[in-house]
Design a protein around this ligand. Structure first.
Ligand SMILES: Cc1ncc(COP(=O)(O)O)c(C=O)c1O
Length: 308
């Protein structure tokens, strides 16, 4: 969040920023308040159709904020198309690349100007750091962001930086296992009668599978699924799963499960959540690197138990 905070200080009161309507709830909260209170103007649109970005542009638009795949529904947006529209309007693009990590997605290749990561997640990978990283290909941005980070006191401690550097050494092998396990869990989940829908871009019938293949070099370790019967059933499944700790974070070696409606996206208004397609029957899973068969057996067992 401090990295996002630093990026927002590139802008001035009156500047307009377009963001996806299905971004991480904490980012949405930061934009709505305090940054709206400070005079920045935000428009949240469904960026899956780039026309919605084009239509939202005003003479004051300075930035388009991209998060792909989105949290928690794993929708993808076409970064190249959005970067082209933004550039044409004189605005920059910033992509939150936390979900894929640089191992699976490099937004600079699609023309994005600034890439941001929560290093709390995959880059560190061991759930023992809270931090962020901002990477830009423009020297003036780098200088300004360096100044802002120092002036606002947003830098992380040397020990936390060291922990992230340790984690990065195993990023590649970890991401490969996260992905392998996520595809196996997604495939198993969709065959369970208590599951209504599975959201994972690696599934060939995911609505953005073709874009995922073009834009990313893998599909990552995050997935979500809808439980038949609604919120109460979803909560039962979450609590019955033993190998998946109930927690909001993601990207660590251990598997986590959470309920976006009441946890990661609780800070969005109910109306904003519905607009983004988030409902109380959705559970989000950060698939870890544990043994694949254990992960599948535990989650399917939790679904069986909740259905009794
Ligand atoms: C996509 C995304 N960006 C940013 C953040 C914020 O990360 P942090 O908890 O490190 O501040 C999160 C946290 O869940 C996230 O999912």
């Amino acid at each position: 969040m401090s990295a996002i905070n630093a990026c927002m200080h590139l802008f001035k009161p009156g500047d307009h920023i377009i963001a996806g309507h299905d971004i991480y709830g904490g980012t949405y909260r930061l934009f709505v308040s305090p940054f709206t209170d400070f005079g920045l103007k935000f428009t949240f649109v469904n960026m899956q159709d780039v026309e919605n970005v084009r239509k939202a542009i005003t003479p004051q638009t300075k930035c388009v904020w991209i998060e792909t795949p989105s949290n928690p529904l794993l929708n993808l947006v076409d970064m190249q198309a959005i970067a082209d529209v933004a550039r044409g309007a004189g605005a920059i693009t910033i992509a939150d690349n936390t979900f894929m990590s640089p191992y699976f997605q490099r937004p600079f290749q699609q023309g994005v100007d600034i890439v941001l990561h929560s290093t709390t997640k995959y880059l560190n990978g061991h759930s023992d750091v809270v931090g962020g990283a901002i990477i830009t290909r423009h020297q003036p941005h780098a200088e300004r962001i360096g100044y802002i980070v120092n002036a606002l006191g947003l830098a992380c401690s040397p020990f936390d930086a060291w922990l992230v550097l340790r984690g990065v050494k195993t990023l590649g092998p970890r991401m490969e296992v996260h992905q392998r396990n996520a595809l196996a869990v997604a495939t198993a989940l969709r065959q369970h009668p208590a599951v209504e829908k599975v959201y994972y871009p690696g599934l060939t019938d995911h609505p953005h599978h073709a874009l995922a293949k073009r834009q990313m070099t893998g599909f990552g370790g995050m997935l979500s699924f809808d439980v038949k019967g609604g919120g109460a059933q979803a909560e039962k499944v979450m609590l019955a799963a033993k190998l998946y700790s109930m927690a909001e974070s993601l990207g660590g070696v251990e598997s986590l499960i959470e309920h976006p409606e009441t946890m990661s996206h609780a800070s969005m208004t109910a109306e904003a959540r519905r607009g983004a397609g988030i409902t109380d029957k959705t559970l989000r899973v950060s698939v870890g690197i544990e043994h694949q068969e254990d992960l599948i057996a535990d989650l399917l067992g939790a679904l069986d138990q909740a259905s009794k």
